[in-house]
Design a protein around this ligand. Structure first.
Ligand code: ADP
Ligand code: NA
Length: 330
């Protein structure tokens, strides 16, 4: 029996993923790949909606793919591929753009945020139509589920609207997907600014834990993480965002409950707690980092994996695209 399809992806927008990507996305994907026919993409076509250096982009794309594999996404179980290797993404995006309202696209809050950052004149049309490309990504694979962060919820809503609109106008073609919003406990915040989410594109990386960083550097960042003056290791998101964030990371990477960690550190200071967390982080990220370096050391093997997976993705995507061309009259 066919497992339900699942689609997700990440942009190759940095040399390394950060702890939030690992906990909020990769760990969940790793779990879900057993129950779903999962497609995990490195979305390089999305990355070029803002300026990229070509050689660096290619390198970041390979590194991101290597991190998926090292984190436990199995290329023989899931389809793990680079978006631009499958031409149907760009082609379907064009067709979907013709049924997307200008005003509808203009309501996407992520574009408003990002274009404000780049300035209206330097924001590209590609940045504006980014959600339409994302809709194409999802719909090509007839995906039922799309695990995403909060910030992508609106884009999945648009995807659903476009799928329903297309189906209504041209006959049943697309599966209408559902977003799976990541759990609150999978949301990681910046170590220096624990009310904003940890991000690859943070202005300063002082509060970002990189998956591929030197372990000693990560340990140092944890020791310097912002806490509070109360001195007790206790989860309270509202009043103790720093400590709560550290507890979330600790729990996610050790597989323990927050309560058991609180108990362990009861009556002890933040220094001890941070040392314990640093150990957990180094133990978890260290082997992932080693595996990434191995994969990057054998470019032919990584290319072989990515090509084989792109071929599998292409087969599924092309079937959908052919149906779409036929329905539209192309
Ligand atoms: P970034 O902000 O690091 O560039 P993206 O927005 O590209 O990350 O998100 C890639 C994936 O990682 C998404 O599934 C997103 O939900 C997840 N993710 C990113 N940052 C975090 C975070 N701080 N906590 C939990 N999950 C995160
Ligand atoms: Na990003």
């Amino acid at each position: 029996t066919q497992k339900p399809r699942l689609y997700s992806g990440m942009q190759p927008s940095a040399d390394s993923l950060q702890a939030g990507n690992y906990i909020g996305a990769l760990l969940q994907w790793r779990e879900m790949q057993n129950s779903y026919d999962a497609f995990f993409s490195v979305v390089d076509l999305h990355a070029i909606t803002v300026p990229q250096d070509p050689a660096e982009l290619r390198e970041k794309t390979r590194r991101t793919a290597a991190q998926y594999i090292a984190a436990g996404i199995e290329p023989s179980k899931s389809t793990l591929y680079v978006q631009s290797h499958v031409r149907a993404h760009a082609e379907l995006a064009w067709i979907l753009s013709t049924i997307t309202g200008f005003g509808e696209a203009g309501r996407m809050t992520q574009f408003k945020d990002k274009s404000a950052r780049y300035g209206a004149d330097s924001a590209s049309v590609g940045l504006f139509t980014y959600p339409v490309l994302m809709a194409a990504d999802i719909l090509l694979y007839q995906s039922e589920l799309v695990p995403v962060g909060d910030d992508q919820k609106q884009h999945v809503e648009l995807t659903r609207d476009l799928a329903e609109r297309f189906n209504k106008r041209f006959g049943k073609t697309f599966t209408v997907p559902k977003a799976v919003i990541q759990k609150d406990t999978a949301r990681i915040y910046d170590l220096q600014n624990p009310t904003s989410k940890m991000s690859k594109s943070a202005e300063s990386d002082a509060g970002v834990l990189w998956l591929l960083d030197d372990p000693a550097k990560s340990a140092k960042k944890i020791m310097r993480a912002v806490t509070d003056t109360e001195g007790s290791v206790r989860y309270d998101r509202e009043n103790k965002p720093g400590v709560s964030n550290l507890l979330t990371i600790y729990a996610a990477l050790s597989g323990r409950q927050v309560g058991s960690i609180e108990d362990e550190y009861a009556g002890r200071g933040y220094g001890d707690f941070k040392k314990g967390l640093a150990e957990v982080v180094v133990n978890e990220f260290g082997p992932v980092r080693e595996r990434v370096l191995e994969l990057l050391d054998d470019p032919a093997e990584l290319d072989r994996i990515l090509a084989a997976n792109a071929a599998r993705a292409d087969e599924v995507a092309d079937a959908t695209l052919r149906d779409v061309y036929d329905k539209v009259g192309l």
